[in-house]
Design a binder for this molecule. Sequence first.
Ligand SMILES: [Zn+2]
Ligand SMILES: [Zn+2]
Length: 122
Amino acid sequence: MLFLQRRTVEETVLSVTSVGSNMSRWKCGIEGCDARFENVENAIIHQTTEHERHECKVCGTIVPEGYFAIRHAFDEHTRAEFVRAYDADSSAVRIREDIKQAIEDVADLNRVVKTLRDEGAL
Ligand SMILES: [Zn+2]
Ligand SMILES: [Zn+2]
């Protein structure tokens, strides 16, 4: 079993546990949380609805913790800004870019966003 510890923006985040070649389980890695999910969509919904929001250290925007916080950091800001604001290093950047890519490869983000909007969470 391949276990990739993925840390999000601060200490936090989403981990993916790959089981075999075509099956992944996702683990919420936000501090103190150990929730596991069969699919990444449910993991993101969990992070958005069950956890406190994250305040971006670059611009002060309040974003959901977990995936959306990573997406915000790298879509809205440069790597240099992220490194400076979070006192991060290049491996911290790479880990987050990898998990963002891994999520976007498999997640139906339109469905996630629609579900969250329907619940009033976004
Ligand atoms: Zn969690
Ligand atoms: Zn920001």
